[in-house]
Design a protein around this ligand. Sequence first.
Ligand code: MG
Length: 380
Amino acid sequence: MKIADVSLQHFRYRSRTVRDEHGHGHPGEEHDATQALLTVTTDDGARGHYLGGVERGVVEHVVKPMLVGEDPFYHQRIWRALSERQRLNLAALPDRVLTAVDLALWDLVGNVVGQPVHRLLGATRDTVPAYASTMVADDLPGGLDCPESFASYATWCVRERGYPAFKLHTWQPPLPGAPSVKRDLAACAAVREALGPDVPLMLDPYHYYSRLDALELARGLEGLHFLWMEEPMDEHSMSSYVWLCEQTSLPICGPETAEGKMYARAEWIKAGACDMLRGGVGDVGGITPLIKIAHLAESFGMHMEVHGGGVGNLHVLCAMATPGLYYERGLLHPFIDYDATPAWLNSPVDPMDAEGNVHVSTGPGLGMDLNMDYIRENII
Ligand code: MG
């Protein structure tokens, strides 16, 4: 079996998420948006898919020439070859391209053998508890505009929808008055007050606070018994995270957006720059490196908390021997119905039951139930 083709299709859909100038998503007017579907096809007609942003140029000029003629089961060799091509070429071949190729190949081999990816990785479970992960805070009345709004939304998520845990993304530029340690802590305190002492809570604040701001936040969260804080400072300064970890009992979870795949995570563990390890398929270049990071965390007796949702992350979470505590479900907002199935799918990729457990697909591959009629009708 050999890879015969790699193709990319863009299709149109209606979105209600708008992006501010810093790239954060917020609820807004419905508008046209585009989605990309990467398809890898073998000479006997087997297919693997990935949904997400990759550019046509890199697919045509780098990915396709490297993949065509390869055996799709040798996807670790393919991943390695792609990552070696990144040297001096990171702008044209970022990790998200490796993610797209890697997930499409895992989907393909799962489809060929008729098994879900988490079983191919060595499964540990079929469900994962989720936490409600909010959009970045805003100034929309009744949205996520003040500590009281966070408290009432957290109460709905936990008491009504069944999420066992809740994570705040607080106010960030370009919103006036953001960032503010005082306001972040007020929102965290309001949520703790509303939910009582037993619900696990996490904070993801502004990512460029100073050391002293991050320590002030950490000290405040110690008193509120938060489960972790992630990325309060620029992750390129690993020394700042060592400095923070040495001074707070609050667990620090990272690195999340730092480049460097499993190599950077190993360095953070060695330096004592985090208490819980972090990474997601989109941060590190796919399932192939993320499962290595999960094994790395296990070998050091650490939890790895997976960054972001989606099928790739869900399958890895179901194949970790030291289980990640939660699946990150979101991003959520009072004005958006996250549980609604996207138009390009026949069923959601991360269905959550009333107890707050997300169920991984037990169908072959990644288990995305694509609505190919919708995709065909909306091809650009
Ligand atoms: Mg984060």
